[in-house]
Design a protein around this ligand. Structure first.
Ligand SMILES: Cc1ncc(COP(=O)(O)O)c(C=O)c1O
Length: 432
């Protein structure tokens, strides 16, 4: 096993993904290609569902954050697993709909949903709309009146927690484009306003504190603040929240330097803390929701590339360039996110060639990793980047008119194309 159960090494000294030889997969599907273990995704879904039922109880449930990875087949899997989903755009809702995913299982997020987004969500019967601010609340009330619908909503609240994670992925602080802050009084004001809306049925509150969180502390702090807020709202307005959604953010091990994480045990400990808080505040425990994205899909994924130019600059550094890069994985360029990179063709050779892995875009920042050690590649070797299931394909672009790779899913040892490779015709098809 390398990092996660989906990755291993076979007798030929090659990387395996769900037991399949990575070099053979690259031959069969071409490179770059992204591979997702369907079995691993399903396993994570089942783990989350059973842990929530056991430790949060009642109608508590995890919700898959589709922004991490979103395409039709994945929503079919989520439907089969009876897993709720969080969508952040009409595009994600349309994808879920095309997969036959039940609209009532969707929580619709976003800090700036357009009227068109809201109309579509109401018309399709999206289960909950997570209202981000006052204008959206008023617009949604009007839309529901016009459609003759009652819409269930949550209000997005900013509890003001710094989860000590990377700045660009912190979203729970008060100075945020998301939600209404408790400390400024805006959260209470929007609750009062929501309770006057005839067409909107307030179910509870949502918050999100950040991403790549390995311990329960930021979630416990958020729950503490949010449960006190629930207590205050009950006292001040008589409204009793039925749902407390604590957002996403459980961490994922990308490299050996990241800690191991026991999700189930974190949920158990968080559940105990929440029970204690509810008892000491004297509030009825709401259903607890969380929105894991990264931790459901990241470790199920790997991307395979072919090595092209292998360049040594004496006194400086070594580069290996691959046939993908920031167009299929912009996370190093955006956040200097660390990955485990291997020469999948020679996994058992000594990994002693220090290098920078460069993409193929005309952009010096187009890198996947720097200062890593792999077995020195030859042109044509297969380079693997592990743990790419989250925020890679969903963030992919056509910069430099580079086609997006296919997504190949592996189910019970059988690979199949879930999203085909983009063609050059696809790329120019929008041009008039
Ligand atoms: C509101 C919300 N929910 C859920 C998530 C998913 O977080 P993660 O993929 O880290 O679990 C995010 C990510 O930014 C988010 O903003």
């Amino acid at each position: 096993m390398i990092l996660h159960e989906s990755f291993g090494i076979n007798e030929k000294g090659r990387l395996t993904i769900d037991g399949l030889d990575a070099v053979e997969l690259a031959d069969q599907f071409g490179t770059p290609s992204m591979f997702i273990s369907e079995d691993k995704v399903r396993k994570m879904c089942r783990m989350y569902k059973s842990a929530f039922a056991e430790y949060f109880g009642g109608a508590s449930s995890p919700i898959y954050a589709g922004k991490a990875l979103c395409f039709k087949r994945l929503y079919e899997v989520m439907k089969e697993e009876e897993f709720l989903a969080d969508c952040v755009s009409s595009g994600e809702i349309e994808t879920a709909r095309a997969a036959g995913y039940p609209m009532e299982n969707i929580f619709f997020h976003g800090n700036n949903k357009t009227d068109e987004d809201l109309k579509r969500a109401v018309k399709y019967g999206v289960g909950h709309i997570v209202v981000d601010g006052v204008e959206e609340l008023l617009a949604l009330e009007d839309i529901c009146a016009a459609e003759g619908r009652i819409q269930k909503i949550l209000l997005r609240i900013t509890p003001g927690i710094d989860p000590h994670t990377h700045k660009k992925i912190i979203t729970g602080n008060v100075d945020s484009k998301f939600g209404s802050a408790i400390s400024t009084g805006q959260a209470e004001a929007i609750v009062r306003l929501a309770l006057t809306m005839k067409r909107l049925d307030l179910s509870g509150f949502h918050c999100h504190v950040g991403s790549q969180i390995f311990d329960i502390d930021p979630f416990r702090d958020a729950a503490d603040i949010m449960l006190k807020f629930i207590f205050d709202m009950e006292k001040n307005t008589g409204f009793e929240a039925k749902i407390l959604n604590l957002g996403g953010g459980f961490g994922v091990r990308y490299t050996e330097d990241d800690p191991k994480i026991d999700y189930r045990d974190n949920i158990r400990r968080l559940g105990e803390e929440i029970d204690k808080m509810c008892a000491s505040l004297g509030v009825n425990k709401p259903s607890i929701m969380m929105e894991p994205g990264r931790s459901v899909v990241a470790a199920a994924g790997a991307t395979l590339y072919t090595a092209g130019s292998v360049k040594e600059i004496p006194g400086f550094r070594n580069y290996v360039s691959i046939d993908g890069g920031m167009t299929d994985n912009p996370r190093y360029t955006l956040y200097q996110s660390q990955y485990t990179v291997l020469n999948a063709t020679r996994t058992t050779d000594r990994a002693d060639w220090e290098c920078t892995v460069g993409g193929r875009c005309c952009e010096s920042g187009d890198l996947i990793a720097e200062g890593i050690k792999i077995a020195k590649p030859k042109r044509g070797d297969i380079i693997a980047v592990l743990v790419t299931g989250a925020y890679n394909y969903s963030m992919a672009s056509n910069y430099n008119r580079v086609p997006r790779p296919p997504v190949v899913m592996i189910s019970k040892g059988k690979p199949y194309v879930a999203v085909r490779r983009e063609t050059y015709d696809d790329i120019i098809s929008l041009d008039e």
